[in-house]
Design a protein around this ligand. Structure first.
Ligand code: BGC
Length: 823
């Protein structure tokens, strides 16, 4: 039979005649199945449309309010003299000169990671910027300090200050004017966050206290650039990706006002109060607006509410617009700019597109900060920073011999002992020791950036298969948070020297994952590491090869002691319950004295005194949605909703009622302590509902200058004391040891719901060294800030009324003393 033909205009039927009747018969027979399927097929496009609309709506839900104009710096508090001098200098500058000092310039004569423009006629030489929060990066003649996370684990504010003091002096001797640290964001919202090791702790209070001391220490020599402002919590999609003309934006951190204040902004406020001179806006978007052009963040929060008097610099290549970024409060673009480099700011002032007062303010803030921290008396710009270490250069030794004991102490105090069965530690003159894993010296940063990292930086794309382990002792993390050691004291060197003293025989294998174990071993030490770096988020929280090594050694050695050099959270459940794993230490990132420090703890010269500044879960899934980064999932505008509010890390575990393996604040030592005698002496009063004026309404009220209640850090009353909580702690063991007493409060508040309940929060800590059988008093001073919550309606911090729960003890979950006070 001839097939009917179709003419040019006719459409061929979907099904031909015979097939049609067969199809109809089939449909009749199977109508129960066919009808729903047909309905679904018909509905699919509709569902697709709804999905698209929802996605769109979801992005649109999170918008950042506009706050104009940018508040002008005016010399609040002890900044007044610097502002007078700055005004005098800037008053003589042309618009072109002002424009010129707001941008980074190419400088081939120094190794500074950024150099700002100069105004030579006025004696302003520009500024040298250099990483990072953990020591002078990528050069010679400097020390490698313990990383931020390691200092967080030390819970020692004095040590944080000392470290910054020595580090700042090194920056100064190198001719660096601005040290790009300390880091407060990422705070550690995401367990696998690549840069969590650069900040101190997954808690805003601890970050604020240690960060403020770091600012004070650094700024005795140079300007500190607190970073990354703000809500920068992941590396994945941190920068825009070109994507063949269809650019994918940086991730948008979508968060509400309360979460912003009580979590992410919190530590920055402490550091601005401590006098920070520079702040770096971050790569991410905040509620869909880039941080470096986000007027709510820079004008509203930083310069308005916190009354920041210094200048805002962009993260490197984090500027994405010209005038919008200037109007939003950005004062300097780094390391170069395509937006301001052709006198665009000057021209915009001349055309009326930019208010002249904004450009004057940008220049004045920069010059005032230069004067405020004595940079007019600094060494020539970048003098000790050779552009290329491989070419002949003058060697500048920036190290102060007096820093040695502090470096060692920093390295020691960040170690956290989490398991110690039957007192296997400290070691007691072992006859035979077997050692395995990665514990020889290696300077990662000195060798250069890892290939993966260079690729990642170049392409801006998320890195595939980033490494979890590096060969050799991990003393720092990677990227701009790393630093170059003057030397490395490796665990192997340090243990060998102890073996010499004790006559111990050492057997080692640094290669195999299934090493042979000498049966006479008194103990087997296994050193593993967990690497992390800027540019990528970690692929997991425990690398399988290291777990295999530990399990293999433990199966052959009944006294297996595991030391983990970890640049972030590291899970241990693959082996920690094995009876043969007798002791475990989180050694974090101790800097160049890693070996000396671990040996002094293993051999009991000192007791371990670190406590976890984050939560170690039993399994990855216990972190829930906060395990890994948000993914773009094909979107050109990746969205990351911070729906957990303030409940990150331990607060999330409390809120979800999930029991961790090792909780925030946990850590053992070689002694034991008894807590007693809790006393609360608080006289805070509830903030009256009708008398509160907002701390800063918006940019239109540029009136901080007329408000004596406002100073550096914002409302000064927030920093006033509302009383103390005291307790006594006795050392009930037989050796001297340090205890970290911690205070947690459960703050009564209106905003609490079942999915995001308010939990206890850290509000005080004190580290005390106590001799055996002695008792020490600890006193936690509470500031108004510490008993306040952010009220989004009133746009003010308020002290809520009701009963405040008080918990004092050894960790967030182990609080032998409980009480309350009522406001
Ligand atoms: C990092 C900053 C760093 C800057 C300069 C950026 O990639 O995010 O933390 O200070 O580079 O090295």
């Amino acid at each position: 039979m001839d097939e009917p033909t179709t003419t040019g205009n006719e459409k061929a039927p979907l099904l031909k005649g015979v097939q049609q009747s067969k199809f109809i018969a089939f449909c009749r027979r199977h109508k129960r199945i066919v009808i729903p399927v047909a309905v679904m097929i018909l509905l699919l496009p509709l569902l697709g449309l709804i999905a698209l609309k929802t996605r769109h709506a979801h992005a649109m839900n999170w918008t950042s309010p506009v706050v104009y104009p940018s508040p002008q710096g005016y010399g609040a508090g002890n900044w007044s003299a610097a502002y007078l001098r700055a005004r005098a200098m800037v008053g003589n500058m042309s618009l072109e000169e002002m424009n010129n000092i707001t941008l980074g310039v190419v400088d081939t004569t120094s190794g500074c990671v950024g150099v700002s423009g100069s105004a030579p006629q006025h004696g302003f030489p520009g500024l040298c910027f250099h990483d990072a929060g953990n020591g002078v990066r990528n050069t010679d003649g400097v020390n490698a300090y313990a990383s931020g996370l390691h200092i967080g684990a030390s819970w020692n504010a004095t040590l944080a200050y000392e470290r910054a003091q020595y580090m700042g002096a090194e920056f100064k001797r190198k001719g660096v004017n601005v040290a790009l640290g300390p880091v407060l964001g990422p705070i550690g919202r995401i367990a696998e966050g690549g840069r969590n090791f650069e900040a101190f702790a997954a808690d805003p209070y601890l970050d604020g206290i240690l960060g403020a001391q770091s600012v004070i220490g650094l700024q005795e020599s140079v300007i500190a650039s607190i970073k990354h402002f703000v809500a920068y919590e992941q590396e994945t999609n941190r920068n825009p990706i070109a994507n063949n003309g269809n650019p994918i934006s940086s991730t948008s951190a979508n968060l509400d006002d309360e979460t912003m204040h009580e979590l992410y902004l919190w530590p920055f406020q402490d550091l601005v109060h401590a006098g920070a001179g520079c702040a770096m806006c971050s790569y991410n978007r905040i509620n869909n607006t880039y941080a470096c052009e986000n007027s709510k963040a820079m004008n509203g929060l930083l310069k308005g509410e916190l009354n920041f008097q210094g200048f805002v610099v962009s993260d490197w290549a984090g500027q994405h617009s010209g005038l919008p970024s200037a109007d939003a409060g950005l004062d300097m673009a780094m390391p170069t700019t395509g937006y301001w480099n052709e006198r665009q700011l000057e021209k915009a002032v001349n055309s009326g597109a930019l208010n002249q007062s904004r450009l004057v303010d940008m220049a004045t803030r920069i010059v005032a900060t230069y004067y405020q921290f004595g940079q007019d008396r600094a060494l020539p710009l970048g003098i000790g920073m050779p552009p290329n270490l491989l070419l002949p250069h003058n060697y500048t030794d920036a190290k102060d011999p007096a820093s040695k004991s502090s470096l060692l102490q920093q390295a020691i105090e960040g170690h956290v002992l989490v398991k110690n069965i039957n007192g296997v530690l400290p070691l007691k003159q072992p006859k035979v020791l077997s050692i395995f894993g990665v514990l020889f010296p290696q300077s990662w940063e000195a060798i250069g950036l890892g290939t993966q990292q260079s690729i990642g930086i170049a392409s801006n794309a998320p890195v595939q298969n980033p490494p979890e382990v590096q060969n050799g002792t991990l003393i720092v993390g990677g990227g701009s948070g790393s630093n170059t050691p003057a030397y490395i004291s490796s665990p192997y060197d340090a243990i060998q020297s102890r073996a010499y003293d004790d006559g111990t025989a050492i057997f080692f294998d640094f290669v195999s994952t299934n090493p042979t174990v000498v049966s006479s071993s008194d103990a087997c030490l296994v050193f593993i590491n967990e690497y992390s770096s800027e540019v990528w988020d970690r692929p997991g929280l425990a690398d399988p090869d290291s777990d295999t090594l530990v399990n293999n050694v433990a199966s052959a050695c009944n006294n297996t002691i595991v030391v983990i050099h970890n640049a972030g959270i590291r899970l241990v459940d693959a082996w920690v319950d094995s009876p043969n794993v007798t002791a475990v230490i989180f050694a974090h990132l101790p800097g160049q004295d890693a070996g000396r420090a671990i040996a002094s703890i293993l051999y009991g010269d000192v007791g371990p005194s670190g406590r976890l500044p984050y939560t170690v879960a039993r399994r990855s899934s216990d972190y829930g949605s906060l395990l890994g980064p948000c993914q773009a999932d094909g979107s050109l505008s990746p969205q990351c909703d911070f729906t957990e509010g303030v409940n990150v890390d331990y607060r999330g575990f409390l809120a979800r009622n999930t029991t961790p393996r090792y909780e925030f604040g946990y850590g053992l030592t070689y002694s034991s302590f008894n807590y007693a005698n809790l006393q609360t002496n608080i006289n805070a009063t509830t903030t009256p509902g009708d008398t509160v004026t907002p701390v800063y309404t918006n940019g239109t009220t540029n009136d901080n200058i007329n408000n004596t209640a406002i100073g550096n850090g914002g409302l000064l009353s927030l920093f006033e004391s509302v009383g103390t909580i005291t307790a006594s702690i006795s050392n009930t063991g037989s050796v001297a040891a340090a205890e970290v007493a911690q205070l947690y409060l459960l703050i009564p508040a209106a905003t609490s719901n079942s999915s995001n309940p308010r939990t206890r929060v850290l509000r005080g800590f004190e580290k005390v060294l106590i001799q055996p059988n002695e008792t020490a008093q600890v006193a936690f001073n509470l500031r108004m800030k510490d008993v306040s919550t952010w009220n989004v309606t009133r746009q003010a911090w308020i002290v809520p009324s009701g009963e405040f729960g008080v918990y004092v003890g050894k960790s967030v979950l182990d609080t032998p003393l409980t009480g309350s006070f009522t406001v």
